[in-house]
Design a protein around this ligand. Structure first.
Ligand code: SF4
Length: 341
C-alpha cells in the first residue's frame, strides 16, 4: 500500500532525500529509490510497500539464524518486496531485487495491504512467540515493521529483525524501541567487497551492530563465506572485531555459500574453508561459533564453554535434545549466554 515515508527531507527544486539508509537517494519528481519501493511524488517521499506482504511463513527461530534466543520456538516471519542492497548471490532475489519500473506497473504494490493486527493475530493463533522481519531486508519496510512490532510487543510477542544492518542511525533508533533480538549479516570486512558484491559499505553495518548491542538487545551475526570476496584476513578481522568491540559470547554463524542469482560464476564454499573459519573464531576467543548450511556437521550444536558438554544438540534447525536447566549447563552449572525460557 502506498503511504508517506517516515525518514526523508525535502531538498532543492522538488527533490527529496531519503534518510532511511546509507544509500541516501536524492530523488527528483517521479524518481524511484535504489531499493525499488520508495518514490518522490509531488515533493513527498512515499513507500509503496506498506503492508504489501509478499511472503509469510512460520519458521523455527533457528532458521533466522538465532540459536540463543528462546531456542526452539516458532516465529511468524513476514516480508515485503525490495532491498536496499544488491548482493550478487542473493538467495531471495525474486522478492528482493525487483525492477524499478515494477513499482509503477504492478498493481500489487498499491492494492495489497495486510493490517498489522492480522499479522499479530496470526502469530498468536499459531502459537508463535515472536514475529520476525526477514527474507527481503526489513529496512525497506521499516514503517510497517514498527507498527507490527509495537502491536506485537503489547500482546506479549517478541520481535526479531533479520537484516544486513544497512540502515541509518535515526531510523534504527526508532525501530529498536520494540525490537528484542537481531540476526545481522556481517558479510565482509572490506569496503571493496561490500561495494562490488552488495553495492554497500562496511562502516554503517558495524555501526548498526554496535548500536543494537549497546542497547542490550540479543545479537547474533552471520557471515556467508563467499569465495573470492571473503578471504582469511577478513575472517580474522571479523572474529577479532566481535571479540573486542562486542563480546566473546556473541554467537557467530559462518555459513556455506551456494551460487544464486548473478553469482553462478562462483563455486560453493569448500568444507575446509568452513572448518578454517570455525578455528579462526576459536582463536579469537569466541565462545559460540556455528557452521551453517552444511548438514550433519558437528558445529551446529551448542557446547558449554566451561566444560565442553553439548547443551543443545541440533540437526539442521531441529533441536534433538537440550541439556540445560534455566539457561545453565546441567553438567557444570555454567550460565550459557542467551535468552532462554
Ligand atoms: S531506503 Fe531506498 S530510497 Fe531510501 S536511501 Fe535506501 S535505497 Fe534509497
Amino acid at each position: 500500500m502506498r503511504s508517506v515515508a517516515r525518514w526523508w527531507k525535502a531538498s532543492e527544486e522538488g527533490k527529496v532525500e531519503c534518510t532511511l539508509c546509507p544509500v541516501h537517494c536524492t530523488l527528483k519528481e517521479g524518481g524511484i529509490g535504489s531499493c525499488g519501493v520508495r518514490i518522490n511524488e509531488g515533493g513527498k517521499l512515499y513507500t509503496y510497500t506498506y503492508g504489501s506482504l509478499v511472503s509469510a511463513a512460520i519458521d523455527p527461530v533457528e532458521k533466522k539464524p538465532l540459536f540463543h534466543f528462546l531456542s526452539g520456538h516458532k516465529t511468524l516471519t513476514v516480508a515485503t518486496p525490495g532491498c536496499n542492497l544488491h548482493c550478487k548471490g542473493c538467495q531471495n532475489w525474486e522478492i528482493s531485487q525487483i525492477e524499478k519500473k515494477e513499482i509503477l506497473e504492478n498493481p500489487f504494490y498499491r492494492d495489497t495491504f495486510v493490517p498489522p493486527e492480522t499479522v499479530v493475530e496470526k502469530a498468536l493463533e499459531e502459537g508463535c512467540k515472536s514475529i520476525s522481519y526477514s527474507y527481503s531486508d526489513p529496512t525497506i519496510f521499516a514503517e510497517y515493521m514498527i507498527e507490527v512490532s509495537k502491536l506485537a510487543s503489547s500482546k506479549g510477542l517478541k520481535n526479531i529483525m533479520v537484516s544486513a544492518g544497512y540502515i541509518n542511525q535515526d531510523a534504527l533508533k526508532d525501530i529498536d524501541e520494540f525490537m528484542d533480538a537481531y540476526s545481522i549479516d556481517l558479510k565482509f570486512f572490506s569496503d571493496d567487497s561490500y561495494r562490488t558484491y552488495s553495492k554497500g559499505k562496511l562502516q554503517p553495518v558495524l555501526e548498526t551492530i554496535k548500536y543494537v548491542f549497546s542497547k542490550g538487545k540479543w545479537v547474533e551475526l552471520t557471515t556467508l563465506l563467499v569465495p573470492q570476496y571473503l578471504d582469511e584476513e577478513q575472517l580474522e578481522e571479523i572474529a577479532r572485531w566481535i571479540a573486542n568491540e562486542l563480546a566473546d559470547f556473541v554467537p557467530w554463524h559462518v555459513s556455506k555459500f551456494f551460487p544464486h542469482y548473478k553469482a553462478h560464476d562462483l563455486p560453493p564454499t569448500p568444507v575446509e574453508d568452513l572448518e578454517k573459519a570455525y578455528r579462526t573464531g576459536k582463536e579469537a576467543g569466541l565462545k559460540y561459533i556455528y557452521v551453517g548450511n552444511l548438514s550433519g556437521n558437528r558445529h551446529e550444536d551448542t557446547y558449554c564453554p566451561n566444560c565442553g558438554n553439548s547443551v543443545i544438540r541440533r540437526e539442521g534447525y531441529r533441536i534433538i535434545y537440550t541439556d540445560m536447566e534455566k539457561g545453565r549447563c546441567k553438567s557444570c552449572g555454567y550460565k550459557i549466554e542467551g535468552v532462554w525460557e
